[in-house]
Structures are given as structure tokens and as C-alpha cells.
Design a protein. Structure first.
Length: 452
């Protein structure tokens, strides 16, 4: 009898379907397997079969961080140890010995500053000492980052520091303690020697951390009391910090009820949250210029954009970084110390976005200054180094106000503000009220030429 080809084909299809069902049941569809189950399976295989022993927890933490970073440049996963360090950095404090280090041309580690009343000061460590060992381990081949990490640790723990001083070697025992890092790193008043312009104050804000608003308010009150008729707020190099501090600092210069910033989560404008000024700011009348550069980001951009949108401050310098997202800090609890997830959960938007540029895709990018001042990378580095050295003086004398002559932008960069064309341009702008007002009233959107 000749076989029926249609019947054979039907039988094959049915048998194939049955076999497929039996092979698949009761296993779930791989595409629906929970990610945590898949990760656990893969990690277990690696731990059991990799050619060398593997620390599964360390591998997992490293892998999670890479995955989170792939979402965007601002999201991160921190291990428990990294979480502690991150908290200290954003909180404006750390547990250490209270010294500022620098690396000499001979690659040695020298103490550049000793914080007053800090652990190192109490233990007798002096400026100029060379650190050669920590807890008996030589530090001569360490880089500056590793040495700084070794000097930090748990509060009240002890460490033995080997130092070289005047060709003599000695060991000093230091007890780690809390070291506060101020966010205001410069307070100065510039006065024209010929009396051609009113005194102008300068406040440099390094980051937005707890108490930054009170520090800044105190600094501005002091320089106004000393006769300042205008303020330069230097946010160059300020990569941001706490969102709440950005809102409260902006509020110092604005009328009650004005919008500082709007934030949006996954739902977009449907669940937009508006942060507004709750009470009239004490400095809402004083002329103001804000300095920005490519490292001014996040909270710095909230302040600069808000004050610019409300015609309270002109922006001077170069385009800002362009970070218009906010991150939540989510603690991941476990049996030991909690780890930390810094996850982008919101975008933030200035009231109008007058000076916000756009990239090729139309997304918000950096703030374009009203007055652009071009400087070379070499000059920018020299200015940053000089400002860093000035900040050390403030750490040693936190309530001091530097009284300085109007700087010369053509001179060599120094610790007195000379050689800084961005600062000089801001001071000159504040001495010309009509020009400042003209800049503030220019067209309300950034041109395509400026965006480029």
C-alpha cells in the first residue's frame, strides 16, 4: 500500500508539537526567567567551575555597578565601603587625620596643610612633613589616592604614621576623627585702587553639601557688611551635590513664590513637582554674576539657570556640563553593612531654560553664558590650582575675608585673582549696571550658533 504523503506530514507535525511540549514542560520560557534567578545561576556556575577561585560577592558587586553605569553616566552601585566614602564626600565630612597632601616633583608625599585643631595637629604633624609609612607599611611607592584612602577609616581608630622631617624619621600615632570640609572656599572683596568702582564681593562655592546655604548666607552677609555693592558667585569646578541645597541657595536671591526648578519622573509632566521659593530671599536686590565652566553641573546648573531665568544673575565664563537629572540614594540592606544604589529617577527643568542649549537630538545640554570668556586649558589649570591653594588658607582661617585690589586679567596667574580673565570680566560687568541689564534682557532663547 502506498503511504499517504499528507497523512505522513500531519503525523510529523503532531509528533513535533508533542515533543516540543514534552521537552519544554515544566521549564519556563527563558525569556521570562527573572533576572535575579539567571544571575544567581550564572554566578554559581562561575564560582564552581572557573579555572581559579572566585570571590562571588566581589564579582557580583563589580558586575552590578557596570550594569547600573550602562543605564547612564550618573547612576552607580556602591559596595558598603564605597557607600561610606560616598556619604562622607557628599556630606562634607570624612573620618581621617586632617591634613591636605600634595605630591612633590620627586614623587614624595608632603603635608601641604594641617587643619587647625584636627587629629594631625594634635599629634604634632607639621606642614612640610613627608609621609613615608602607614601602620608599618611603606608608602613610598603609593600614589596620592591610595595614601589618602589609607589615612581615612573608622572614627576613633588609631594608626601609626611614619614621617620624615629634616632628614630625621619618626613615628606619630594619630586617632582618626571627623574632619569637616567647608563648601565655601573663598570670601574676598575687590576694591579699585583709583576708586572708579564700588567694592565687589566674591564667594566661591566648591560643592552643595549640608549647611552650604548657611555658609553662603553668612559669607555674603559678611562681605555686604564690609561694603560690597555686588556679588560674584563662583561655581566653576562645582560638580553639584544636594538638590535641596540648590533650591535653598537659589531662594536666597529670589522673591517668594517664584519657581526654582521642576522635576519629572517616569510619568513626565503628569506628575511634575515644582520647587518654589517659600519666603523672600535676603539678597534679592543685590547685583549678581555667576561664573560657570564645563565642570559646573547638576546643582550648580539649577542655581545658575534659575537665577538667570528670573533675571537675577548674568552668567559669565564657558558652557556648563549639562546634567539635568536627579538621582535617588537607595540603601540595599543585607546581613552586614548596607550597600548603596545611586539611581537616576527624575529629570529636572529650569523655570524657562533661557540659556539652556540643545544637543543634536534636542535634549537639554549645557548652559551658555551671557558673556563667554575663552581661556586656554593651561590657564584654566593654573587658575584652578591657584583657587585650590586659596581654599587651603580659608580652611586654616575659616572666617577671614581677603581684601584685594581689582585684578589684572593680563598678568600672570597668582593667588590674588590676577590672570583670571573670567573673574575680571565679571567684576567689570558688575561695575557697569546698564551693560549688565542689557545682557539680562537679551533674547530669551539660545541661538544655534551659541549652542555650537
Amino acid at each position: 500500500m502506498t503511504p499517504d504523503p499528507m497523512r505522513s506530514m500531519t503525523t510529523a507535525i503532531v509528533l513535533g508539537a508533542v515533543l516540543a511540549f514534552l521537552c519544554g514542560w515544566p521549564l519556563p520560557d527563558p525569556t521570562t526567567e527573572p533576572a535575579e534567578v539567571l544571575a544567581a545561576r550564572v554566578l554559581r556556575i562561575v564560582e564552581e567551575h572557573y579555572v581559579e577561585p572566585v570571590d562571588g560577592q566581589e564579582l557580583l558587586r563589580s558586575g552590578i555597578d557596570r550594569v547600573i553605569q550602562s543605564l547612564d553616566r550618573n547612576s552607580r552601585y556602591f559596595s558598603p565601603a564605597e557607600a561610606r566614602q560616598f556619604e562622607q564626600e557628599t556630606g562634607g565630612f570624612l573620618y581621617g587625620i586632617g591634613v591636605i597632601l600634595r605630591e612633590s616633583e620627586q614623587q614624595t608625599h608632603l603635608v601641604e596643610r594641617v587643619l587647625p585643631d584636627g587629629p594631625a595637629s594634635s599629634a604634632g604633624i607639621l606642614t612640610g612633613d613627608q609621609i613615608i609609612s602607614v601602620d608599618g607599611e611603606s608608602a613610598l611607592n603609593w600614589n596620592l589616592s591610595r595614601l589618602s584612602t589609607q589615612l581615612r577609616g573608622e572614627r576613633d581608630t588609631m594608626l601609626d604614621i611614619g614621617i620624615s622631617r629634616n632628614e630625621q624619621q619618626l613615628t606619630v600615632t594619630v586617632q582618626r576623627d571627623e574632619v569637616r570640609i567647608p563648601s565655601v572656599t573663598e570670601i574676598a572683596i575687590f576694591t579699585a585702587q583709583d576708586g572708579s568702582s564700588a567694592p565687589t564681593g566674591l564667594v566661591r562655592l566648591q560643592q552643595f553639601q549640608p549647611n552650604s546655604t548657611s555658609e553662603l548666607k553668612k559669607a555674603i552677609e559678611a562681605i555686604i557688611a564690609d561694603g560690597a555693592q555686588g556679588i560674584v558667585l563662583d561655581l566653576r569646578g562645582n560638580s553639584g551635590g544636594l538638590f535641596t541645597e540648590a533650591v535653598s541657595i537659589s531662594s536666597l536671591f529670589l522673591e517668594a513664590g517664584l519657581t526654582v526648578v521642576k522635576t519629572r519622573g517616569r510619568s513626565g509632566e503628569k506628575k511634575e513637582q515644582v520647587s518654589s521659593v517659600s519666603r523672600p530671599g535676603p539678597f534679592r536686590q543685590i547685583p549678581l554674576v555667576i561664573l560657570i565652566d564645563g565642570s559646573s553641573a547638576s546643582a550648580s546648573e539649577i542655581v545658575a539657570a534659575s537665577l538667570r531665568d528670573h533675571l537675577r544673575a548674568a552668567l559669565v565664563g564657558s558652557a556648563s556640563f549639562g546634567k539635568w537629572t536627579a538621582q535617588d540614594l537607595i540603601y540595599i540592606t543585607n546581613k552586614s553593612e548596607p550597600s548603596l544604589l545611586k539611581l537616576t529617577t527624575q529629570s529636572f527643568h529650569p523655570p524657562e531654560g533661557i540659556r539652556v542649549s540643545r544637543d543634536e537630538t534636542g535634549k537639554a545640554s549645557g548652559l551658555i553664558p551671557d558673556l563667554a570668556v575663552a581661556i586656554s586649558p593651561e590657564t584654566a589649570f593654573q587658575i584652578a590650582s591657584a583657587n585650590r591653594s586659596r581654599s587651603f588658607d580659608r580652611i586654616e582661617q575659616p572666617d577671614s575675608i581677603a581684601n584685594l585690589a581689582t585684578p589684572d586679567p593680563q598678568a600672570t596667574v597668582d593667588l590674588l585673582g590676577n590672570g583670571d580673565p573670567v573673574l575680571s570680566a565679571a567684576l567689570q560687568l558688575l561695575s557697569q549696571p546698564e551693560r549688565l541689564q542689557t545682557l539680562l534682557n537679551q533674547p530669551s532663547t539660545v541661538s544655534k550658533e551659541e549652542s555650537r
